[in-house]
Design a protein around this ligand. Sequence first.
Ligand code: DUC
Ligand code: ZN
Ligand code: ZN
Ligand code: ZN
Length: 501
Amino acid sequence: MKFSPQKAVYEVTASEVLAPGIEIGIENGKISCLGTSLPRDDRTKIIDAKGARVTPGGVDSHVHFAQDNSPTGDDFTSGSRSAIAGGTTTVIAFASQLKTETSVIPCITEYHTRAKDKSYCDYSFHLILTNPTPAIMQTEMPLLIKQGITSVKLYMTYEPLKLGDSQLLAVLMAARALGFTTMVHAENSDIISLITDRLEAAGHSSPYFHAISRPQIAENEATYRIISLAELTDTPILIVHMSSEIAMRHVRKAQTRMLPIHAETCPQYLFLLSERLKGTEKDAFEGAKCVCSPPLRHDPKDLKAMWRGIANGTFTIFSSDHAPSTYDHAGGKKLGLKDGIMRYKNIPNGVPGVETRLPLLFSHAGREKDSKLSLQRFVQLTSSDPAKLYGLEGTKGNIAPGYDADLVIWYPETEVGEGVVIGQKMLHHGVDYTPYEGMKVKNWPRYTLLRGKVVWDRDGEGIVGDVTAGKFLKRGKGKIVIGKTGGEANGMLEGERDFWY
Ligand code: DUC
Ligand code: ZN
Ligand code: ZN
Ligand code: ZN
């Protein structure tokens, strides 16, 4: 399908903001106006979206593409292709510093090379900081911010990545001074090591024991600790990929005190349980397909708790944490299977999900009795709030004049009929499985538009976008979505902080 670059009008009957019958006018890739009976001429291309829902293009602010530590996973081409087929038009991937690197500039340059002219959707990077030296924090971070890289991810676990409390504090102090956004992987490293060593000694090493080795208490402790450090330094944070209620409660309590503590969860923690790690009768190692961290939890109650956080606002972001490795490949998940012996410790962590993220959640959004969240909440979690938190407000995540015309048009429900059954065969990622095989969703994006151009046409040719179309997004500083800085921290006297702050 081709569009005149000059002007296009899309009739829609509903979106998160629009009344039925409102048209969306698009010029030069941007939304130019919303209204009824918009002017049109013979160059105008029209999509009739009567009866459909139109939502802003998905912003997936947590994906791992072309990262060194998942060599059999997706690169920018396969990952972004998968993104647009599932309604996501912006991804924020990671550029990962090695512990031995004393400058992050070469790392950023390298990741730009991996993405440039190789992406179907727009993209940016978060920097994974594993060695936050004073020089990097004082000299290089301001430079990166100028270049539009305004967020970092910190790990509290994994030997090659983790930071100690003094390093976490140093980054938080720099974040407060410079205004970048800090994401944190919160799990207690020593708890995991202790259990892992003891499981190994007892001969428990199949994929299921991955979940046993990372109990909720490990997430709970690290979550409370990083919230305390953020509170002390009065710095906003986002805790990524949360999986357990006990940890989520710390977030909720902090938010109630108006602290800027944000949290993210992912599809795997809403839909999958640890029993999946046991694999199949035919092949116990199949459980490796569902190894991710934090791990899948044991009880349906755990899933329910995450759904509560989705609906009640505890979570600011619903991302995919798309971090797959190929299953049937010696260098992928099969690293955990050697000479017939399963060793979960060696299975790369992470599942695919960039393409299924929106359809899975959209299926539960609406006004029906069994809906778990409203359509507006769906848009906040998957598009508008990640755009705000990571400095893309004004460009991405909204259907309003001036914003990029990134849109998803969903089938009118009457046309979907029986819905869509998810299967590896229909997906566009580069890996060889989906953990959602056989799961039914109500809808699938009919069209995805990136800056006014159709890039995904489900009933037509499928992927119709251009692999060089994705642009690097120079992001501004993120906006706090929940709480505020300057709040009164627990356990500190008023004014006490002023002596050193
Ligand atoms: N953390 C992530 O963010 N993704 C995959 C694995 C992990 O530990
Ligand atoms: Zn590097
Ligand atoms: Zn992580
Ligand atoms: Zn991740």
